[in-house]
Design a protein around this ligand. Structure first.
Ligand code: FEO
Length: 391
């Protein structure tokens, strides 16, 4: 259980969740970390804690650097329990410490824990706290992604500790982005954004504006790798994602009963392919909705298909649509499709949800029972025609 010095006298003392595979519905195939940072100055400061079951791991790391009972300040950048879960136990060890948090952080902590014995210092954007040679300054990043979210900035070390923003769910021995391939860090940062941060584009843009004014050469988020090489790249990606920028790419999401809706999905894929638009087929029986969202993040086209079952859509499709709508991607074109026997309610049902997401709707496609090759060819040509009109 080593601590790692990431800057002179600033240490990573977090916990590694190697076993984590599901983070409230988000498939975390690579596990995750909860990153805590210990700043050793005239005052001893712990920034964020870890999930409750990794408390001992964090404590052991802190003990390698300092006596935890001597901690003067515990900064709580975010109340969600993957970062505050060990706060009550650390406060038992250093009961004289002051908890530093945002106004909503104070409210949130009181909802979660018995804070009656805690000294809580509330900070706002622009406030700073002298800890000796260093000042810590604070930037509220409200709704990125909770009301209490804030970032801690250490100007002397050009270090930004923004909590969830810029995070990735990766458990690893490596701590820095340049120690793991860019493709992996990028794709996990994209998945994290698509599944956690996507609904809050406007708030992310405000946070980016605030960060743009800071002199930073290291961004140390609360999950995954610390950014030191690819800071410009991740800031640029956050700019694009928060603006809901998409590329000429289509995601075709479906489930099928007897293969007919699947056949339509493949005809759609051919139509996109023949129009030079990158496309992906995502079968809900084999693909996880959190992985599908990673592809939705930068796709201009979202096509969703289901056969009709019990006067509605398949539950897998309903579940995906609920998730998609909650994550609120914007500026997309969408299409509903599916096969049916007699009622055909799944297609207008999907169309209604996609419309309610604010997407520009393409004409729905429906096929009774099993589509013959001629019908599939007809579908392909029809979609190609529609894409021609739109390109
Ligand atoms: Fe990593 Fe919002 O908690």
């Amino acid at each position: 259980m080593k601590a790692l010095e990431i800057k002179k006298d600033i240490f990573w003392v977090g916990g590694i969740d190697w076993d984590l595979r599901n983070f409230h519905g988000y498939l975390t195939q690579r596990g995750s970390t909860y990153n805590s940072y210990l700043i050793k100055d005239e005052k001893l400061v712990l920034v964020d804690t870890v999930k409750y079951y990794l408390f001992d791991e964090m404590l052991e790391r802190i003990k390698k650097i300092a006596d935890p009972s001597k901690i003067d300040y515990v900064v709580c950048n975010h109340v969600e329990m993957d970062h505050s879960g060990s706060l009550p136990r650390i406060m038992e060890i250093c009961p004289e410490a002051t908890v530093v948090t945002s106004p909503n952080g104070e409210k949130g902590l009181k909802f979660h824990y018995d804070t009656s014995g805690w000294d809580i210092k509330v900070v706002n954007t622009g406030d700073s706290l002298n800890i000796g040679k260093r000042d810590l300054s604070f930037v509220l990043t409200q709704m990125v992604h909770w009301p209490d979210s804030m970032a801690t900035y250490v100007p002397r070390d050009r270090l930004l500790i923004p909590n969830d923003a810029f995070g990735q769910h990766i458990a690893s021995e490596e701590r820095f982005d340049d120690e793991i391939g860019w493709d992996i860090v990028r794709s996990e940062a994209a998945k994290y954004y698509a599944n956690i941060v996507l609904p809050y584009g406007n708030q992310v843009q405000r946070a980016l504006e605030a960060v743009a004014g800071l002199d930073v050469d290291m961004i140390a988020p609360s999950h995954g790798l610390i950014w030191r090489r690819n800071i410009d790249k991740i800031l640029e990606l956050y700019g694009k994602w928060s603006a809901n920028e998409s590329v000429d790419k289509a995601v075709i999401v479906y489930d099928t009963m007897w293969g007919s809706t699947g056949k339509i999905a493949y005809s759609l894929q051919e139509a996109f392919e023949e129009k030079g638009i990158v496309s992906r087929i995502e079968n809900l029986r084999t693909c996880h909705i959190s992985d599908i969202m990673t592809h939705v993040l930068d796709s201009r086209y979202i096509c969703v298909g289901s056969p009709t079952l019990n006067n509605g859509m398949l539950p897998t499709v309903g579940s995906f649509l609920t998730y998609l709508k909650g994550l609120s991607p914007r500026n997309r074109k969408a299409m509903a499709f599916g096969s049916y026997g007699w009622g055909g309610q799944s297609i207008p049902g999907i169309n209604e949800v996609l419309s309610s997401c604010g997407f520009e709707m393409m004409e729905s496609l429906k096929v009774q029972y099993v589509p013959r090759k001629e019908r599939l060819d007809e579908i392909k040509e029809k979609v190609k025609g529609e894409l021609t009109e739109r390109v």
